[in-house]
Each structure stands twice: as structure tokens, then as C-alpha cells.
Design a protein around this ligand. Structure first.
Ligand code: EPU
Length: 301
């Protein structure tokens, strides 16, 4: 979607930078996604005004964070993309409390806190993406989830048009699911973390990194796990047992390293990837009677 000149001029007055015709394939870990205009916000405080302007001008929009858990449609997209400022995300520690901007890199936050002797998030070290994305999905790995550490989240609520603060206790964090509204935009988080010597945290981080390296295709284009694990089961194991590693649609392929990772081996399109997802879902349904639910977020046009 292209922003008209008049709207672009109004956005510029709010300090919003316009990037025309951006390719989202360059901004997602899957390397898949069409083209659209992008808006780069200067600070969080202008969000309500920018959102009012977009509503006024009837410009559909979506916020993109780290782009590591999303499968985006091909071609010219019917919405513009908004980006929070990412240049110098705020990170600060006071006692056992960490204050972090949502645009910060998740791994960067884990390391920042570790260097200040705050642990508890070792398992999250290799999870790619932003802190905001991790909050929205309640990212987790190796027995750690971000949710239990959250004390407060500052967010833009489309429903009220305001920036609000939610208490951790008022947010539900489930397995790869939270009670945030789909159009809530994460801005900042306050976390409470246990004290732990840096050296001990580092040892934990090393173990997780090794486990991840030995089981996941880290040097290939993917969005991590495609499906959530069904209650009491493992999507990766089921897909593997069906002999589907290496199964492909065009350049979209079930990883031969971890069967719940689908990789883009070249120029896979969104429709290739969607077809592969549906093929595998169908194979698992007919073999096991289990309906796998997407873990990856799909943005169709
Ligand atoms: N397995 C196979 N074949 C495979 C893959 C896995 O047999 O191709 C078996 C493993 O041997 C193991 C079991 O399935 O016995 C579980 O595998 P793994 O330990 O790799 O964990 P997972 O359940 O597949 C989950 C998360 C990952 C997270 C890891 C580590 C989900 C959907 N996935 O994977 O998260 O990194 O545990 O904690 O919950 C993600 O969210 O994108 C993601 C990758």
C-alpha cells in the first residue's frame, strides 16, 4: 500500500519517517513477504497521534517487531507497516527490577541483565526477536517463559486510543498465548528477576545454546517452530515420525534437522509455505487425529 503525499506530509510533521516500497522479505527471518510503505516512529509518545492520523486517512496498518515469528503474504500488501524506534532501546536495572523498551532485542536484554547479575531468563537467550514480540507470544524455551517475570507492561491500546500501563497480575500468560488484544502495541516492560552471579548465568546460557545448536536449523531461514505442541505431545516428533523431513513445496521445506521448523531454502513464497503448512497439518490429522495449531503468526492480504 502506498501512502499519498498529503498524508505523508502530515506524518512527517509528527516526526514519522516514510520508507517507500519496502520489501518485507528483507525484514523477516523467513525471508518471505511482499512490499508496502513503512513508517518509522520517532518515539513512543507520538503513537496515539499517529494512530489517529492513520484512522483519519483510512490507512490500514500493522506493527512489525523483530519479524522472527511471522509469515507475511506475497505481492503488494494492503496495509502499511509501523516500526517502533529501534536505534537505542532503553534498558535499565534497579535492584532486581529491569525496565526495558519493547523494541530491544530479546537476547540483548537477557545479556544486559546477566551482566548485572540478574538471571532467570537463560532459556530465552537463543530465541530470536524483540522483547515486544516475546511479551505478546509469551516466548519460552528450555523451561523458561518471559510471562512469570513481568510486573508491568506499558502499551498502546487501540481500543482506548491511549498509552496505558497493565499490571503483570492482570495479564494472562499461557503457552505461546497471552490476554493482550491483537491490536495492543507493547512499548515497555518492567520485569522482576532473581539475583544470580554472572558466571552462573553464563554457564546456563551455554547449555541452552548447545542444546539449540544441536537440534535446530539455526543457520537457515525459518520462523522457529511452525506449530504449537499439542497437549502432552510434540509436533516435531509427529512430523518426523511421518517421514516428512525434507518434504517441500517449491523452496519451502520441512527442516531435515528439526521437523517443526519449516525453512526457506531459496525463494519460497508465502503461498508455498502455506501449502506446506496445510499439507503437513493434514498428514498429522489423518495419521494421529490431532489438529495442529499454528505457532507462527500468518498475515494474509
Ligand atoms: N523431535 C523429534 N524429531 C524432530 C524434532 C523433535 O523426534 O525433528 C523430538 C525430540 O527428540 C524431543 C521432542 O521431539 O524428544 C521435543 O523436541 P525439542 O526438545 O526440540 O522441543 P520442541 O517441543 O520441538 C519446544 C519449543 C521450541 C523451543 C524448544 C526448547 C514449541 C512449539 N517449541 O520445541 O520453541 O526452542 O522446545 O525448549 O513449543 C518456537 O517457539 O519457535 C520454538 C522453536
Amino acid at each position: 500500500m502506498r501512502i499519498k503525499e498529503a498524508a505523508a506530509a502530515r506524518l512527517k510533521q509528527l516526526g514519522v519517517e516514510l520508507r517507500q516500497g519496502a520489501s518485507l522479505a528483507d525484514e523477516t527471518s523467513l525471508g518471505i513477504g511482499g512490499t508496502t510503505d513503512e513508517l518509522l516512529l520517532r518515539n513512543y509518545e507520538t503513537i496515539p497521534e499517529v494512530m489517529r492520523l492513520l484512522a483519519d486517512e483510512k490507512i490500514p496498518h500493522r506493527f512489525l517487531g523483530g519479524g522472527t515469528n511471522v509469515l507475511i503474504a506475497d505481492g503488494e500488501l494492503p496495509w502499511v507497516i509501523l516500526h517502533l524506534p529501534t536505534a537505542h532501546p532503553g534498558m535499565r536495572v534497579e535492584g532486581n527490577t529491569a525496565y526495558v523498551d519493547a523494541s530491544a532485542d530479546l537476547g540483548g536484554m537477557v545479556t544486559f541483565c546477566a551482566k548485572r547479575d540478574l538471571g532467570g531468563m537463560e532459556g530465552l537467550i537463543g530465541v530470536p526477536g524483540s522483547v515486544g514480540g516475546a511479551l505478546r507470544m509469551n516466548a519460552g524455551a528450555y523451561g523458561t517463559q518471559i510471562g512469570p517475570h513481568v510486573r508491568e507492561v506499558e502499551l498502546y491500546r487501540a481500543a482506548s486510543g491511549n498509552i496505558e500501563t497493565l499490571r503483570g497480575d492482570d495479564i494472562r500468560f499461557d503457552y505461546r498465548h497471552t490476554s493482550f488484544a491483537p491490536d495492543d502495541v507493547m512499548l515497555r516492560v518492567k520485569l522482576e528477576l532473581p539475583s544470580k552471579p554472572f558466571k552462573e548465568i553464563l554457564a546456563g546460557i551455554k547449555v541452552c545454546n548447545e542444546k539449540r545448536r544441536s537440534s535446530q536449523p539455526l543457520n537457515q531461514k525459518s520462523a522457529g517452530c511452525i506449530f504449537k505442541n499439542p497437549a502432552g505431545g510434540s509436533a516435531g516428533r509427529m512430523i518426523d515420525e511421518l517421514g516428512l523431513k525434507g518434504h517441500r513445496v517449491g523452496d519451502a521445506m520441512v527442516s531435515d534437522r528439526h521437523a517443526n521448523f519449516f525453512v526457506n531454502t531459496g525463494k519460497a513464497s508465502c503461498s508455498d509455505m502455506l501449502k506446506l503448512i496445510e499439507d503437513v497439518r493434514e498428514r498429522v490429522r489423518s495419521a494421529y487425529g490431532v489438529e495442529l495449531e499454528n505457532e507462527v503468526i500468518v498475515w494474509r492480504n
